[in-house]
Design a protein around this ligand. Structure first.
Ligand code: NIG
Ligand code: FE
Length: 412
């Protein structure tokens, strides 16, 4: 079916020659066609141009988008959307003065979510997670990565990854699965963390690989969680199964996780709230995408990723939601983009590039997603009537989205 969109006030992120990623000053430029048209055929964008030179097109349906903006759907390259229950009581405890680490030390945090996950049936986990996925799709997310990591036993981790597989079968957006067995050390292994690493590497990982349940490997490389040495060991083992790293590093402490990721050709290194000069230096000239998670900084009141320093140093940067029950119970990419502007001093152009083109790179989706380009998937956001694209991050907390199209079909 041919659908023609006409009178588009701004057609954003239009690229005749799509790029894989944008670095440094390249992010400042966001290509826009003003007063444009766009043609999609079934699930593919086939053409676009200016209204002045609209050719005769025999479309099955013509949509007049007067005053509205079209942009590619957000790509969310870092989420933990699959989980059971919530942690709103810990939220209240933090307001009363406990820190995220203090809550974790007394058995809350990730271990709390792991307990709930283990006690919840696969169907129920699926039901709760599907609801969240539908919610973020309506907020404009058109591709998503989802991690395991609240199982922390062979059974629990496989349960989570099977839920992700089922989401892939039921929903029309690309979903990438990441195995995060090394998310926290379970209580039973507190005195012998090495034995848990052995379980992850020798038992769970081979099973995950055999059942082809994940494309990527992740580890929480952080004081009190997993060391740089653990990270090397796990990433080396995972690479034998073809799993590329996308890892949690530099959230509270800079301990060398970035360098470990780069050594194993990580697709991305994520969080980066604490960055030393040598961390920025190490990322230069690599294929590893740094990923910032501003909703986590907001929710935990921790520093924001120093985006300006990183972009000024010529690095690329992607933005993601980190949607999870403990540090970011929101998967709203519109808020992520707003926070990047407000708190990280990224320009609207930089933030939108980081949440589309660069975020697609962080999920190896550059060929099909991340921009309005001929031949790419017809996954895009149609806004309400708004004055300009800058209004999107400016009007934070306002839903400026009228509808979302996935593979050429409007979400209802
Ligand atoms: O990305 N930092 C590690 N993992 C998650 C939070 C997990 C949780 O608190 O449940 C994150 O912030
Ligand atoms: Fe995370």
């Amino acid at each position: 079916m041919k659908q023609l969109f006409i009178n588009i006030k701004e057609l954003l992120q239009v690229r005749d020659h799509p790029v894989d990623k944008l670095s440094g000053a390249e992010l400042r430029e966001l290509p826009v066609l003003k007063n444009a048209w766009m043609l999609i055929e079934d699930d593919i964008i086939t053409d676009y141009g200016l209204m002045d030179s609209l050719p005769k097109i025999n479309a099955d349906k013509t949509i007049d988008t007067q005053g509205k903006i079209i942009l590619p759907t957000w790509c969310d390259s870092h989420t933990h959307i699959v989980y059971a229950g919530n942690r709103e009581l810990e939220f209240a405890d933090r307001i009363k003065g406990l820190s995220y680490q203090e809550i974790a030390n007394r058995g809350g945090g990730i271990l709390n979510s792991a307990k709930t996950l283990q006690e919840t049936s696969e169907e129920e986990v699926y039901k709760q997670s599907a609801k969240r996925l539908e919610e973020v799709m309506k907020l404009g997310t058109g591709a998503v990565e989802i991690k395991s990591g609240y199982g922390l036993t062979q059974e629990g981790e496989l349960k989570m990854l099977r839920v992700i597989k089922k989401l892939k079968q039921h929903y029309d957006i690309p979903i990438k699965a990441t195995f995060l067995g090394a998310h926290a050390i379970p209580k039973e292994y507190k005195e012998r963390p090495g034995a848990y690493m052995d379980l992850v590497i020798e038992e769970i990982l081979p099973q995950v690989a055999q059942e082809k349940l994940a494309q990527y490997i992740d580890i929480f490389c952080e004081k009190g969680y997993f060391s740089v040495e653990d990270t090397h060991k796990l990433l080396a083992a995972a690479s034998k199964f073809g799993l590329k790293p996308k890892i949690h590093v530099n959230q509270f402490n800079a301990i060398g996780g970035i360098q470990a990721g780069i050594k194993h050709n990580a697709l991305s290194v994520d969080h980066l709230e604490v960055m030393r000069p040598e961390d920025i230096e190490s990322l230069k000239g690599t294929g590893t995408m740094p990923v910032a998670l501003p909703c986590c900084s907001l929710f935990l009141s921790i520093p924001y990723t120093p985006a300006r320093e990183m972009l000024n140093a010529g690095l690329p940067l992607a933005l993601a939601s980190d949607f999870n029950p403990g540090s970011s119970p929101s998967g709203n990419m519109n808020l992520v983009v707003s926070l990047a502007c407000i708190k990280m001093k990224m320009t609207p152009e930089e933030a939108i590039n980081a949440a589309t083109v660069n975020a697609a790179y962080a999920m190896e989706l550059s060929k099909t997603h991340g921009s309005i380009s001929r031949g790419k998937k017809a996954n895009f956001i149609l806004t309400k009537e708004i004055p300009s694209y800058t209004f999107l991050p400016y009007a934070f907390g306002t839903n400026s989205i009228e509808s979302v199209f996935i593979n050429g079909k409007m979400l209802v």
